[in-house]
Design a protein around this ligand. Structure first.
Ligand SMILES: Nc1ncnc2c1ncn2[C@@H]1O[C@H](COP(=O)(O)OP(=O)(O)OP(=O)(O)O)[C@@H](O)[C@H]1O
Length: 283
């Protein structure tokens, strides 16, 4: 288990690192969001990134994409310093920020080719084949024929997933891909992504507000709260003691009916409360 501010230790030394953060502090709008985070994630790991609203999940993803350089510290992906535009890192943004349109699903997926390998505006044969292969990987060839505006949230989400696969990434950063899906679709989506990740040996970081759809597939949990981070197995991190220490306030982990509930003092879900992020003095 790795805590913010501690020297990371590889959990499986024989497996190369996919992601390393060394003493990283991230800020947004002049406020510290995550402070002095050190951790190492082995290649091929499936990591659930959990935390309340404002805990810093998106900020961490943006930093790994090179969009938000750290205030201090170092970040590496596949042993290389983080850099913007690294095609080894696939990113699926929060779906609620996706605007639909009259263009087809195929065209939407293909827009990610822009400015990358195949150029604009005509996609060469290799580009078209890459789009078709990515759509096939998520079983979305039929959806791709329809206008994006006519697709459900879950269907658009599948197209976004296809888009992230175009450059054959080794690291996938998925920002709340389960938001607004019903429980059956959530589980189906998690299983699809898990199977894809295993087949392609990808490292996956998937943020979520509910741990339950991720149970059984996560190699590690990365839990963010109050500017700090805790990385470990589900058994290490999702415990009353570990989360109470992380939040600095009483948190109960309750297991019932095959589900896990992380309950804050007062009875609400700790994963749904507003995180005060860098408001605590961790800078
Ligand atoms: N562009 C910005 N300018 C200033 N502050 C920002 C900006 N984007 C995010 N923040 C702040 O940074 C903190 C972390 O936000 P972030 O979006 O990383 O959280 P999150 O864990 O992804 O939250 P959510 O679950 O609500 O998506 C929040 O306090 C947020 O208000």
């Amino acid at each position: 288990m790795t805590r913010a501010g501690h020297e990371p230790h590889g959990m499986t030394p024989a497996v190369p690192e996919s992601i390393r953060l060394q003493d990283v502090t991230l800020a947004r709008g002049g406020r510290v969001v995550l402070s002095q985070i050190s951790l190492a994630i082995p290649q091929g790991s499936f990591v659930g990134v959990l935390g309340a609203n404002g805990a810093g999940k998106t900020t961490l993803f943006h930093a790994l994409l090179g969009l938000e350089p750290p205030v201090r510290g170092g970040m590496w992906v596949n042993g290389q310093p983080v850099r913007r535009g690294n095609s080894a890192v696939g990113y699926m943004p929060q779906m609620r920020k996706l605007v639909g349109g009259q263009f087809s699903g195929w065209s939407m997926v293909a827009t990610a080719l822009h400015g990358q390998r195949w150029g604009l505006p005509w996609y060469g044969r290799a580009g078209r084949a890459a789009v078709d292969a990515a759509l096939a990987a998520v079983d979305a060839q039929a959806l791709a024929q329809r206008p994006v505006a006519t697709l459900s949230g879950g269907e658009r989400q599948r197209l976004l997933l296809a888009q992230t696969l175009l450059d054959d990434p080794s690291v996938l950063l998925l920002d709340e891909p389960l938001a607004s899906l019903d429980p059956a679709r959530m589980r189906e989506t998690v299983e699809r992504i898990h199977a894809l990740a295993q087949a392609r040996r990808m490292t996956v970081l998937m943020s979520a507000h509910d741990i339950n759809p991720l149970l059984g597939v996560m190699d590690h949990v990365l839990y963010l709260a109050r500017g700090r981070a805790l990385l470990g197995t589900e058994e290490e991190v999702i415990t009353t003691d570990a989360l109470t220490a992380l939040y600095g306030a009483p948190v109960d982990v309750v297991r019932a009916g095959g589900r896990v509930f992380v309950v804050a003092e007062g009875g609400g879900s700790a994963l749904h409360m507003q995180d005060c992020g860098g408001c605590s003095a961790h800078a």
